[in-house]
Design a protein around this ligand. Structure first.
Ligand SMILES: Nc1ncnc2c1ncn2[C@@H]1O[C@H](COP(=O)(O)OP(=O)(O)O)[C@@H](O)[C@H]1O
Ligand SMILES: [Mg+2]
Length: 222
């Protein structure tokens, strides 16, 4: 089994205005390449913090994240950005699409940022999420479910080793939510996409092959 993401003794304490808030209390989790894992737990238990650390968007107070075999401890911001762009695709509850450009340009931008050729890749990825016909629309001209599918296309067009999704259906009605989850499950099944999906919702978590349960900054099962 090839481990693609591993956290070792991950501790995160947020400090602001002299107040220390512990968010993760020494968390160890490993995800194998090709696995679809959900991380499930109540609000405030540290799920988003875990995703930010695994996604190299923030640094731990103690412990480390191993990504694709590399220890990320002590890396510069620049090196972390490079690793993130190479290996990670991110999807959030809010889609964070650029409002002034088309769906296709939003997807293409992920490639341009990495100085990779765009070619037909952005259009093909939008077709894969069922939005070929709407590729020239700007985000506001799409439903929220469609916007999230664009965000998934943007996250996956770079062929990341790991897709990290934080409450990706949190803003969606149940039908759009199902469609987004079907899509993620299909990329996992057909392309072997590794997925780490974070949610506080039991039904959403149940879409994964394995459920890791968190409470108070620790893993309690899975
Ligand atoms: N930037 C921050 N500054 C201070 N405290 C934070 C920050 N982000 C999260 N927290 C705190 O860390 C804990 C875990 O939060 P979070 O990881 O967002 O949990 P979840 O995603 O499971 O709801 C909570 O107590 C939260 O209030
Ligand atoms: Mg959260």
């Amino acid at each position: 089994m090839h481990i693609i993401v591993e956290t070792r003794g991950l501790v995160k304490v947020y400090r602001s205005d002299g107040v220390a808030t512990p968010a993760l209390g020494g968390l160890d989790v490993a995800v194998a390449a090709g696995e679809f894992v959900s991380v499930m737990g109540p609000s405030g238990c540290g799920k988003s913090t875990l995703l930010y650390l695994v996604g190299l968007l923030d640094t731990p107070t103690e412990g480390t994240v191993m990504l694709a075999g590399a220890d990320t401890r002590g890396l510069s911001d620049r090196e972390r950005t490079r690793l993130r762009r190479e290996h990670i695709g991110l999807v959030f509850q809010r889609f964070n699409l650029l409002p002034t450009i088309s769906a296709e340009e939003n997807v293409a931008l992920a490639l341009r940022l990495r100085r990779r050729p765009v070619g037909a890749a952005a259009r093909e990825m939008l077709a894969a999420v069922g939005l070929q016909d709407k590729r020239r629309r700007r985000p506001e001209e799409l439903s929220v479910g469609e916007q999230q599918r664009v965000a998934i296309a943007r996250a996956l067009v770079t062929r990341p080793a790991v897709l990290l999704a934080d409450e990706p259906t949190g803003n969606l009605d149940s039908e759009s939510s199902d469609r987004v989850l079907d899509l993620v499950a299909r990329f996992h099944r057909e392309a072997g996409q590794t997925v780490l999906l974070i949610t506080h919702n039991d039904q959403v978590a149940a879409r994964a092959e394995r459920i890791v349960r968190m409470r108070d900054g620790r893993i309690i099962a899975g």
